[in-house]
Design a binder for this molecule. Structure first.
Ligand code: ADP
Ligand code: MG
Length: 224
């Protein structure tokens, strides 16, 4: 499903530049449950953003379902993202002036689905996350765990083939972290290819393989 060959990424900042990814080779098959670990600043988010077509890379090749993802127009990148990828962030990235239902329904707005139908489908996804009764609450009325479940519902409502999560438990307490990993584990058990960036060993241990990144390279991969 995912093949990376010699992926390099350098951030240019005026005179200074920072070579963050120095030749990442990686293969991830359909249905895998993978975590990416590494020290702060090691390039985990950079790698995930490249996988999610949120950022470009400079050198190498990224194949997603046999399509070369390189030098895409912003429009083409958005099409691939919408068709294939769900993204979840540490800070939830919900829209604060929209309620839970509206947040979850948002991706369907871009697919020309009527408001009535959007809301019915969004309610199904909220229900799957155990949040039916919270549909009309605003994000600031919800706990971190609830907000992350809203974000997950929004990420999967377009039926992506891959779910990417950047420190999804980073803002959650330990009990809520365990609940969140149950949600992600269930999604993967139902066939969703899932890739999680984390610096928490206990979170990584819930996944089936752990990719360790160091100094811009894959140091090793633990498989269970
Ligand atoms: P991690 O997620 O592992 O903490 P990141 O991928 O966020 O690491 O960042 C890797 C390095 O690249 C860090 O030194 C960070 O400061 C730098 N970096 C990240 N994003 C940018 C950017 N947009 N511009 C410049 N430097 C960046
Ligand atoms: Mg990061």
């Amino acid at each position: 499903m995912i093949t990376l060959k010699n992926i390099n990424k350098t951030y240019d900042m005026g005179q200074a530049s920072l070579h963050v990814l120095k030749g990442i080779d990686l293969h991830i098959s359909e249905g895998e449950y993978v975590s990416i670990m590494g020290a702060s600043g090691s390039g985990k988010s950079t790698l995930l953003n490249i996988l999610g077509i949120l950022d470009n890379y400079d050198k190498g090749e990224y194949y997603l379902n046999n399509k070369l993802i390189k030098d895409l127009s912003e429009k083409q990148a958005a099409v691939y993202r919408n068709e294939m990828i769900g993204f979840v962030f540490q800070s939830f990235n919900l829209i604060n002036f929209k309620n839970a239902l509206e947040n979850v329904a948002l991706p369907l707005y871009y697919k020309n689905i009527s408001r009535k139908k959007r809301n019915i489908i969004a309610m199904e996804y909220l229900d799957r996350m155990g949040l039916r009764d919270w549909a009309h609450h605003m994000p600031n009325e919800m706990s971190g765990g609830q907000k992350q479940r809203v974000a997950i519902a929004r990420a999967i409502i377009s039926k992506p083939q891959i779910l990417l999560a950047d420190e999804p438990t980073g803002a959650l307490d330990s009990v809520t972290t365990v609940e969140m990993m149950k949600v992600l584990g269930d999604l993967n058990a139902n066939g969703l290819t899932t890739i999680i960036v984390t610096h928490e060993r206990s979170v990584a241990d819930e996944t089936k393989s752990i990719i360790h990144i160091k100094d811009g390279l894959i140091e090793n991969i633990e498989r269970k």
